[in-house]
Design a protein around this ligand. Structure first.
Ligand SMILES: N[C@@H](CCC(=O)N[C@@H](CS)C(=O)NCC(=O)O)C(=O)O
Ligand SMILES: [Fe+2]
Length: 300
């Protein structure tokens, strides 16, 4: 079975649990996951992507529309549009998709801290500091329902202060904490990022049952291999090139700092942040009806 299509409890011969279908957004190496309760046909969509051509300032909905069409064709009821964090490398399509299908947009409660930082950096009072316009903010350990499935939120800071992992049955959607074992972990040099903190968050993920299926939010296809985005806790603990069980906190932090020092900023960081702290909405249109994004000059 191609990972580029889907993996499901049924196709893995497991008892009824979440069914997962994933879409890979090649332009930003992002993976968007749909979690379905097979009993009720209710579902949650995690980390959706709005197409964006920076040079022309044009947004596009081809990627999101394919997902909307799939949900409609399958007769699925979208309960949640979940974000694992305020992404720095792509625009969220959560607001756009909510407009088509309904559902509630949710993120970790520490998004408030992230909003504060970027409200100041972008000098933009249109960015709230109280979590608006997200529909729901989740605390560590909080649970919520996707149909009859129970989902649990784990606060996993390090890459950003607001990162969360969503655990649903024997699946966990890890956002940007871990990547596939042959690539490693997320960078920790964004505002509020911290490699020590990421190490501890990853160790909490490693404490999940060894056969838990971890779904990544990105894949950078090391060595030019095909995109992949799911593996078990055990595979990560045994083989993650940056943070397997044999790697201690200090060793990891030294590695991460060295690597982060050599990384350029993501191409879409400026537009992404301004849109994603607004739950995927564009800044309010100005008096001519056009929405604008800012670039702070020599401020980062
Ligand atoms: N070249 C990519 C960079 C993407 C990037 O920085 N990804 C973040 C996640 S938002 C990361 O953690 N990368 C880890 C690494 O490359 O070590 C872009 O421009 O979008
Ligand atoms: Fe990220």
């Amino acid at each position: 079975m191609s990972q580029s299509q889907q993996s499901s409890a049924a196709s893995q011969g497991r008892a009824a649990g979440p069914q997962v279908r994933s879409w890979f957004h090649a332009a930003t190496n992002t993976v968007c996951h749909l979690v379905v309760d097979p009993q009720t046909r209710h579902c949650a969509l995690i980390d959706s992507v709005l197409d964006f051509d920076y040079a022309s300032g044009r947004t596009g909905t081809a990627f999101a529309d394919a997902i909307v069409e799939y949900l409609r064709d399958e007769g699925l009821q979208l309960d949640w549009l979940l974000e694992t964090h305020a992404h720095a490398d792509h625009l969220s399509a959560a607001s756009y998709i909510r407009g088509k299908l309904g559902g509630r947009i949710a993120i970790g409660e520490h998004i408030r801290d992230v909003q504060k930082v970027f409200r100041a950096l972008f000098h933009d009072e249109g960015i709230a500091q109280d979590g608006r316009p997200f529909d729901q903010l989740f605390a560590d350990g909080e649970t919520f329902a996707i149909g009859e499935l129970q989902a649990r939120v784990m606060h996993t800071p390090g890459h950003t202060p607001a990162c969360v992992v969503y655990v649903v049955g024997d699946c966990a959607f890890v956002g940007d904490t871990l990547f596939m074992p042959d690539y490693g972990t997320a960078r920790c040099d964004f505002p509020g990022g911290d490699a020590h903190v990421l190490y501890r968050s990853v160790r909490r993920i490693f404490d999940l049952p060894p056969q838990t299926r971890l779904y990544m939010c990105h894949d950078y296809m090391p060595g030019g291999r095909e995109p992949r985005w799911v593996c078990t806790v055990q595979e990560q603990r045994e083989g993650n090139v940056q943070i397997h069980d044999g790697v201690g906190e200090q060793q990891f932090v030294e590695f991460r700092k060295r690597r982060d020092a050599g990384l350029g900023m993501p191409a879409l960081i400026m537009p992404s942040i301004q849109v994603n702290v607004r739950a995927g909405r564009l800044p309010e249109a100005e008096s001519n009806g056009v929405s604008y994004l800012k670039v702070p000059i020599n401020a980062v």
